[in-house]
Design a protein around this ligand. Sequence first.
Ligand SMILES: [Zn+2]
Length: 100
Amino acid sequence: MDAEMDCVCYCGASSTLKTGWTDENLGRRFWGCGNYGKWIRGCKFFCWYDPPVNARSKVVIVGLHRRVASMEKERKKEKSLEILVLVVFFVGFILGKIFS
Ligand SMILES: [Zn+2]
C-alpha cells in the first residue's frame, strides 16, 4: 500500500509532506496534518514517510548540518563586516571631500 494512503488524519484535514529538522530526525520526511499547530481545531497527527535513518548516518547528517549552520553564521558575520568597512570608507570619503 502507498505511504500516502496509510496516513490519513482522522480530523478530516488533508496531510502535507513535511521535513523534520530535529537532531533525531534531521531531513526525515513525514506526513503532517494540515491542522497542525492551529489554535482552533489543532491536530498533532503525523506519520513518517521516510524510513528511520541508521545511527551512523544520523551522526554524519547532524554533524554536516551543524557545520553548514556554523559556516553560514560565519559568512553572515563576514558580510556584516564588509558592509561596515564600506560604510566607514564611504563616510570617510564624504568627510574628506567636505573638509578639503
Ligand atoms: Zn488532523
